[in-house]
Design a protein around this ligand. Structure first.
Ligand code: ACO
Length: 322
């Protein structure tokens, strides 16, 4: 499987750390030194559906395909205002696609989870082209009086078109139950019979524990993939990691003893955009010509669950002048 099209879309509204310090007991210095985040984009007048559509249209255009050439749409999304239908179903018609679709909730690892499924579909189901969209609004999970979580997130969408061919070499996915370290709960409708009270709880996160799990599990995924493919850290040209915290990325880089230039980031501008983060990074680097033909790339992502997904691929150039 290889990537033949990329796209991304971000909300217009830029929110700086100083703006947050206007109503939260926080500071630019605290947020920057603890996370690396300087600004984030938050949905205000747009909807997540519009971002998802924009990213998907850009990805299809850059692939050179027509919407009707897409055989499957997998949409990575943790939550949006519609529980049903899926976000994939909502955007499918407006994209002009008429293929099967479903939403994937692999938390912040959802894009790489979706790519793994796409790879299996391409091999097993005789399909040609799959559109993977990751669209997330994690800012809407947070309690905006809670300085420990609301400063971390941003909204955004990314999309990739994948097709049969040489590119992805290997995937590694893991899952564990660690509900207590990070969760967001929504109250459902009551029935006359339910006796278990459940209430909505905005994002609850044990930041230190998530940090520890993230570093440990990403290192485990990357080391396993390298060993399994007879490679060392030096054989990877670019490490594209989930953009959750600059210090998490730095811990993984130090473990691998690799130079900073191999770890491009955009968390400074966008914060943690959940499963969209690594896709936005891929799209920006590819359009800027910083992802080059033949480069070996490691993707490594993690998220609530606790789940992780990593992959090794060889990059093929995309012609955006179509
Ligand atoms: N501004 C100022 N002070 C703050 C803020 C803030 N925004 N948030 C917390 N603090 C305070 C705390 O109250 C605490 O104060 P105290 O010492 O008086 O009790 C102090 O700062 C230290 O708090 P810690 O939580 O220990 O700070 P830490 O260095 O661990 O950094 C952080 C917190 C940034 C959340 C870090 O733990 C982290 O990044 N964890 C991973 C988070 C993450 O990646 N989540 C998402 C992953 S999965 C996904 O992407 C959905």
């Amino acid at each position: 499987m290889k990537i033949i099209g990329t796209g991304s879309a971000l909300p217009e509204h830029i929110v700086t750390n100083e703006m947050l310090a206007g109503f939260l007991d926080t500071s630019d210095n605290w947020i920057t030194t603890r996370t690396g985040i300087r600004t984030r984009r938050l949905l205000s007048t747009e909807t997540l559906r519009e971002l998802a559509l924009e990213a998907a249209r850009k990805a299809i255009t850059s692939s050179g395909l027509r919407p009707e050439d897409i055989d499957y749409l997998i949409c990575s999304n943790v939550a949006n205002s519609y529980v049903s239908p899926s976000l994939g179903s909502i955007i499918l018609g407006q994209l002009g696609c008429s293929c099967p679709t479903f939403d994937m909730n692999g938390a912040c690892a959802g894009l790489v989870y979706s790519l793994d499924v796409a790879d299996a579909f391409l091999k097993a189901k005789n399909m040609k082209n799959i559109l993977v969209v990751a669209a997330e609004q994690p800012s809407r999970f947070c309690n905006w009086h809670d300085r420990a979580t609301s400063v971390l997130f941003g909204d955004g969408a990314a999309a990739l078109v994948v097709t049969q061919g040489e590119g992805f070499k290997d995937f590694r996915l893991t899952g564990n139950t660690h509900t207590e370290v990070m969760y967001y709960k929504r109250e459902m409708q009551r029935t006359p019979y339910d006796r278990v009270e459940e209430k909505t709880e905005p994002l609850v996160m044990n930041g230190r524990e998530v940090f520890r799990l993230a570093v440990e599990s990403c290192i485990d995924d990357v080391d396993t993939l390298l060993e399994r493919n007879g490679m060392t850290g030096d054989d990877i040209d670019l490490y594209l990691l989930h953009q959750a915290n600059m210090r998490i990325i730095e811990c993984i880089r130090e473990h691998l003893a690799q130079p900073k230039e191999k770890f491009p980031t955009n968390i400074q501008k966008y914060g943690n955009t959940s499963s969209a983060s690594v896709g936005i990074l891929i799209d920006e680097l590819s359009r800027a010509g910083e992802l080059k033909e033949g480069q070996t790339v490691m993707l490594s992502t993690f998220g609530g669950g606790f789940v992780t997904a990593a992959a090794i691929l060889e990059w093929s150039d995309i012609n955006y002048a179509k």
